[in-house]
Design a protein around this ligand. Structure first.
Ligand code: CDV
Length: 306
């Protein structure tokens, strides 16, 4: 057995005017709960430090940059890293990254149990649009504010497991899981901010959105024999509802723990990394069963060609 006690720390709504310090205080309260339950790794959502700012159209780049972190850790987030080191809890959380070269990414990081950053991921599949869209019920401007990630889907040996990360919309794409699967991934952390309603189709509400979210994460877990920890930022942010539904999924695709509400909430599960072994050595033994001679279109084209 290679047990790792994992916590999924769902965050409730963060309003536009909430400070980084107030959010970090909420994250520390969840980490304290995680400590009392014995968690060794705690996963927080996408863009965990702020409201989901890509719903706001901002023509002024200086205003946009106020939502970004230039350093990690920084003064606001240092208490999270201190807690990690003092209590021996590894962390993963998402934030908006502004590099020294002025590049903007939707990023997540992974630490070890000493609070050292051991992995970084930058969101590859950016949803939404670049310009203000009058056809939508609300805006989703990730393509305006971020570049597509340039790090691919790396995996990291951390705390006795092979770990990888992806972010929100990435979870809907099978390529995300498979690339990490081909790198031996045993545990994928992913945070999300998913509106409860489809901005382009009002009839698609929370029930269907939750179904799709769990469908893709459960399939990704099973088809790659990996644990998946999906963590929401939920609740109503300045009038815009985000769904909850944070889950811990085992390598057979079954949900082991699920959040009940839409507020700050910790769920946890003791994940045995050796549970990945059966799938990885039988039906999803990639080396024996994959037929790459037929997969060319996956990397050769984006759209449909007949
Ligand atoms: N933050 C996201 O990536 N949200 C998308 C929405 C726009 C569909 C998601 O996949 O949940």
């Amino acid at each position: 057995m290679r047990n790792l006690h994992v916590g999924a720390a769902q965050l409730g709504a963060i309003q536009k005017n909430d400070s980084r310090a107030s959010v970090v205080a909420r994250m520390l309260a969840l980490l304290e709960q995680a400590r009392t339950r014995g968690c060794e790794l705690v996963v927080f959502p996408e863009l965990a430090l702020t409201t989901f700012f890509p719903r706001w159209y901002m023509p002024d780049p200086a205003e946009v940059d106020t939502w970004f972190e230039r350093d990690m850790p920084n003064a606001a987030t240092q208490p999270l890293f201190d807690f990690s080191r003092e209590q021996g809890i590894a962390l993963s959380f998402g934030y908006a990254e502004l590099t020294p070269e002025g590049r903007h990414f939707n990023t997540s990081i992974l630490t070890d149990r000493q609070g050292n950053i051991v992995g970084k991921y930058r969101k590859v599949h950016l949803p939404g649009h670049v310009e203000y869209d009058t056809e939508r019920d609300f805006q989703h401007l990730e393509k305006r504010y971020f570049e597509p990630g340039d790090l691919g889907f790396p995996t990291f040996a951390n705390e006795g497991a092979i770990m990888g990360m992806c972010i929100c919309n990435d979870r809907r794409w099978p390529e995300t899981y498979r690339v990490m699967g081909l790198r031996g991934v045993e545990l994928i952390t992913l945070g999300y901010n998913t509106p409860s309603i489809n901005s382009q189709r009002r009839t698609e509400g929370q029930q269907q959105r939750l179904f799709h979210s769990q469908l893709v994460m459960q399939a990704g877990a099973y088809q790659n024999a990996t644990w998946v920890v999906g963590v929401a930022k939920a609740g109503v942010e300045d009038g815009f509802p985000l769904m909850g539904g944070s889950v811990i999924i085992d390598p057979n695709g079954f949900i082991c723990a699920q959040a009940a509400g839409e507020g700050d909430e910790l769920i946890d599960h003791v994940c045995d990394m050796d549970e990945c072994n059966f799938g990885k050595t039988t039906i999803f033994d990639f080396a024996r069963h994959r037929r790459i001679e037929h997969y060319g279109p996956i990397t050769a084209q984006t759209g449909v060609e007949r």
